[in-house]
Design a protein around this ligand. Structure first.
Ligand code: WTA
Length: 658
């Protein structure tokens, strides 16, 4: 393989303002200290946590790639997120302002959250939960989801949170793989104006078990008026057991490497993998990056990360990082457009959110609807914006900063993965001069390189494969029950160099800043040029007509592969042109903005794109359509009908030649 060709260039720069820099959490001194002594930096960051037994060894890499961080230290993760803030006199600080989709709300202070978690821990212990047990959590975004995760952590047990949108089959597979002893669910959760059933799905999952199940009890949170079936002896109401539990619970200390959670990732390809994370290193990495990347001032900021707790972003940047830092957060149960399309902006206004973290897919869907919607709300409290999950194209970046960030909020484009545990690449607000569309630099303590297939580093100005060259504290400790698969998937490609292979392409620009190019599996080869999906998509979205796009490579007799694009138009352009006119204009636009080589062979105007439930585009399915194959496995799609509509459209249009 040759390196990835890089075509798109972006010259806008946004240096930090002096006012921001003056009060910034991350300082050049911190970044320099980390660069000079990486292990020393992480040890310092770890010492900001409470250790029951202080560690003496920072990293043990003798059994690589299975790391031990702070191996001889002991701590309790929940104690670090709760009790210690109360003991420091911050018990009255709000931990969560929670808002339900129907408009009900609750605020929980650190003292209240601590009290709830202690009771829940006692209740779980009374049901026989002990250190090392696996507990499946299948809940909507309600305070009980936070309480349950922290109570499990407090006991040294292991949670496996399964996103509430997953089916009975997916839940079943995850329960079985982890051999979960208990499931915590709810009678419903609000989404798009309806209480969707969760308990019924748990019942279906457990009923499918002809050979029995590892699950002894199902704890049910009451969140709706949905009727639920009840299996006597197995099913228990959360409020019955938690309300009756003892109020006092002393947090026991566990080894730093005690497993904290399993999180299954299916991503856009392949069979789910139970990514395993442990305690001390993970909490160090997530709390350090949360402070430094988001410039957290816990006394004054209101932080909102829109991710569901069922995803890694919810684990690291709703639960563990922010709570370890004593942050005040907003937690919202529902969808962005219920009961009206301005719901998120209304919430920012209501709670005076100052730090806002979301995904490019959400930003682009708001762009599609038009800026009048957010413009109707007072968003002046916003001072830092974050992006995660996909490359953010420069146009969406500028829109985000202008419309949501008042034209001045720094945007941190954070690159990381379920497997990395925490943020790996991101600008630091207050230090970095921002480039729209670039994730820019490894965060303090992290070493990244862009390499060719043989592991040699690419030159500046070129694209290649993103690797992590040194171990880091938040790194996955394996795949549950499949250590060989862990080594094979992430560590075998560059075994000789000992690099972690992330599976993403990246470009290093002339300043040495990183530009993420999408999954390497999606790279196209057009007439011998290796083109990334991200750059062509970005070029398409830079046209005022386009809200979203997805690009794939399809077999082509002449060029090997040809670029095929699927495009969603912005609401105000959707009707002003015929699809043929729009597609011709966009093909020409790509050719002028990045070059004829990238001009799509075909462009399809579609109403929706196939996405996973966490909002990532499933290009593999679009490739099936573009190459005329039967569409592959769609079980991880958020909306299965989307592919039906797209393939009908594709079948009706002949290939364009020129
Ligand atoms: C992609 C989400 C570009 C990438 C935290 C990665 C990104 C995968 C970015 C991990 C970003 C995440 N720019 N691409 N800022 N952030 N990705 O496990 O392809 O759900 O490998 O973790 O998302 O997705 P995951």
């Amino acid at each position: 393989m040759t390196s990835i060709d890089s075509l798109l260039h972006e010259y806008r720069r946004f240096p930090p303002t002096p006012e921001f820099t003056k009060n910034a959490v991350a300082t050049p001194a911190l970044a320099e200290a980390a660069a000079a002594d990486q292990l020393g930096f992480w040890a310092d960051q770890a010492r900001q946590l409470h250790w029951h037994t202080p560690f003496t060894q920072t990293l043990d890499w003798s059994n690589a790639p299975f790391a031990k961080w702070f191996g001889d230290g002991t701590l309790n993760v929940a104690y670090n997120c709760l009790d210690r803030h109360v003991l420091a006199g911050n018990g009255d600080r709000v931990a969560f302002h929670w808002e339900g989709e129907p408009g009900d709300s609750r605020s929980l202070t650190y003292a209240e959250l601590t009290a709830q978690v202690k009771k829940a821990a006692n209740a779980l212990a009374a049901l026989g939960v002990v250190q090392g047990d696996r507990i499946a959590v299948y809940l909507p975004v309600v305070p009980e989801a936070v309480i349950a995760m922290l109570a499990i952590a407090r006991l040294g047990a292991v949670h496996s949170v399964v996103f509430g949108g997953f089916s009975a089959d997916s839940l079943r597979a995850r329960i079985d793989d982890a051999q979960a002893k208990l499931v915590i669910t709810a009678d419903g959760g609000w989404r798009k104006g309806k209480a969707f059933p969760l308990k019924a799905t748990v019942d279906a999952a457990l009923d499918q078990a002809p050979e029995g199940t590892s699950v002894e009890h199902v704890l049910v949170v009451k969140r709706s008026e949905n009727d639920v079936e009840w299996t006597e002896g197995r099913d228990l109401w959360w409020h019955d057991v938690v309300d009756a539990a003892d109020a006092e619970h002393e947090a026991e200390a566990f080894e730093s490497e005690n497993p904290l959670f399993i999180l299954y990732t299916s991503g856009t390809t392949g069979k789910p993998k139970g990514i395993l994370h442990s305690s001390g290193g993970y909490l160090t990495h997530t709390s350090s990056t949360h402070r430094n990347v988001f410039d957290l001032h816990p006394e004054t900021d209101v932080y909102w990360c829109t991710a569901d707790v069922g995803w890694i972003t919810g684990h690291s940047y709703v639960i563990y990082g922010p709570l370890a830092n004593g942050a005040t957060q907003l937690l919202y149960e529902g969808t962005p457009d219920t009961p009206h399309p301005g719901r998120w902006w209304e919430l920012i206004e209501k709670y005076k959110v100052s730090i806002f973290y979301t995904a490019p897919t959400a930003i682009r869907s708001f762009m599609k609807l038009g800026r009048e919607i957010p413009d109707a709300f007072d968003l002046s409290s916003v001072r830092v914006l974050g992006s995660v999950g996909e490359p953010i194209n420069p146009e969406a970046w500028i829109w985000y900063r202008d419309v949501i960030g008042g034209g001045s909020a720094p945007i941190v484009d954070t690159w990381w993965q379920t497997e990395t545990g925490g943020i790996m690449v991101s600008p630091l607000p207050g230090i970095t001069s921002l480039k729209p569309g670039s994730a820019q630099t490894p965060v303090p303590g992290i070493s990244i390189a862009v390499v060719n297939d043989d592991g040699s580093e690419v030159e500046k100005g070129s694209g290649g494969l993103l690797v992590v060259t040194e171990p880091w504290p938040g790194m996955a400790r394996g795949i549950w029950g499949a250590p060989d698969r862990f080594v094979e998937t992430y560590w075998s490609k560059f075994a000789e160099q000992g690099y972690y292979f992330a599976g993403d392409g990246a470009r290093l620009d002339d300043d040495g800043d990183l530009w993420l190019l999408g999954r390497v599996d999606d790279v196209m080869n057009v007439s011998g040029h290796r083109l990334s999906t991200a750059e062509i998509e970005s070029a398409l979205v830079s046209h005022p007509m386009v809200a979203e796009s997805a690009v794939v490579g399809a077999d082509d007799e002449t060029t090997g592969q040809a670029v095929v694009a699927f495009v969603i138009l912005r609401a105000d352009h959707a009707e002003s042109q015929t699809p043929d006119e729009a597609s011709a204009a966009l093909r020409a636009h790509v050719a002028t903005s990045i070059g004829a080589i990238a001009r799509p062979r075909q462009i399809f105007i579609v109403a929706e794109l196939p996405k996973t439930r966490s909002g990532k585009i499933m290009r593999r399915l679009l490739r099936d359509v573009a190459e005329g194959r039967a569409i592959g496995d769609t079980t991880t799609l958020a909306d299965a009908n989307v592919m039906q509509l797209i393939s009908e459209k594709f079948a009706a249009v002949p290939a364009t030649e020129d």
